[in-house]
Design a protein around this ligand. Structure first.
Ligand code: HPA
Ligand code: ZN
Length: 336
């Protein structure tokens, strides 16, 4: 329990770096396995949770993709998304920009329509019943080839009214942003916003590549940016936000200790950084647990936390008047 837990709990927040497949809690994994007549290679929820001991990104990805195998039907995607929205709302998340990994499902024979419609209908229902606004961002798996990404973009064409942007995730090293330049060019022609994971395990050069080749509106993670001073100055001057994920970084060995996390140094350098949960079912916490852990580790004060919450809306895809409404809400809560 952090000294700031109560303050964090009441703070209005946006979540901008959240893989919907990474919200698949062990209990739901077992329930969906049963619904779909599947047997998991774990005896119990506890045995599954005990396997969540990752040395690096690839260790995690292996379990994450294995976990997705229980997602088969439209209603599985609906239930997964609605469960996340309910948890998010309980943590005072008022806006969520949600990643999904269609290739992790279509390659197993799931219909693109079932994935998007299942998620989208839950987002609409969640807007109505919980008052959470949202956007959906399609992520390409960067360890698959470019043709697969282009075919996925093609498959998404009938659903572009429900998809705000494209991103890039999965195994980073050896899969630089430039590999996807043509796919992202096409996505921008189609009116989609672009974002990309960069500088999580990969070097600062991949952050630069995401800016130059993919023209991203945000960098997901971006931890390694601090290795390159000119890049930091460029990020500060351009205001391109970084969506940081403290507990993810700790659990995947990107940092050894939360005290080493770059968030405070980035704030001090004038970067627009935000706090997010990435894959909360796997990394031990949703957004409030991420806020509390980083607040304690880096000795953040209420002013820092309010600034991070404001950054979350500033870095979002909401329009200016929506952002202004959220800033005012935060000021009213945090005392200006
Ligand atoms: N990094 C890269 N790919 C991912 C992640 C992540 O943290 N989560 C889900 N896919
Ligand atoms: Zn991520």
């Amino acid at each position: 329990m952090s000294a700031h837990s109560d303050f964090i709990a009441g703070l209005p927040k946006a979540e901008l770096h959240l893989h919907i497949e990474g919200t698949l809690e062990p209990e739901m994994m077992f329930a969906l396995a049963e619904r779909n007549g599947l047997t998991l290679p774990y005896a119990s929820v506890d045995a599954l949770r005990a396997a969540y001991d990752f040395g690096n990104l690839q260790d995690f990805l292996d379990l994450y993709y294995q976990g997705t195998d229980v997602l088969r039907q439209r209603r599985d995607f609906y239930d997964l998304t609605m469960a996340y929205l309910e948890r998010a709302r309980a943590q005072n998340v008022l806006h969520a920009e949600i990643f999904f990994d269609p290739q992790a499902h279509t390659r197993r024979g799931v219909d693109f329509a079932d994935i998007v419609e299942g998620i989208d209908v839950a987002l609409r229902d969640g807007a109505e019943s919980l008052g959470i606004s949202s956007r959906l961002i399609l992520c390409f798996l960067r360890d698959l080839d470019v043709d697969d990404a282009m075919a996925t973009l093609q498959a998404a064409l009938p659903y572009l009214d429900r998809i705000a942007g494209v991103g890039l995730d999965s195994a980073e090293i050896g899969n630089p942003p430039e590999k996807f330049e043509n796919v992202f060019d096409r996505a921008r022609e189609l009116g989609l916003v672009t974002v990309a994971h960069a500088g999580e395990e990969g070097p600062a050069d991949y952050v630069r590549g995401a800016l130059d080749a993919l023209h991203v509106a945000r960098i997901d993670h971006g931890n390694r940016s601090l290795d390159d001073d000119a890049l930091v100055r460029r990020l500060a001057a351009s205001g391109v936000p970084l969506t940081l994920c403290p507990l993810s970084n700790l659990r995947l060995g990107v940092i050894k200790d939360l005290k080493d996390h770059p968030l405070k140094r980035m704030l001090d350098r004038g970067l627009v950084v935000t706090v997010n949960s990435d894959d909360p079912a796997y990394f031990g916490g949703y957004i409030n647990e991420n806020f509390a852990a980083i607040a304690d580790a880096l000795d953040l004060d209420r002013g820092d936390l309010a600034r991070l919450a404001k950054n979350s809306f500033k870095a979002s895809l909401l329009n200016d008047s929506e952002k202004a409404g959220h800033f005012a809400r935060i000021d009213a809560y945090a005392g200006g």
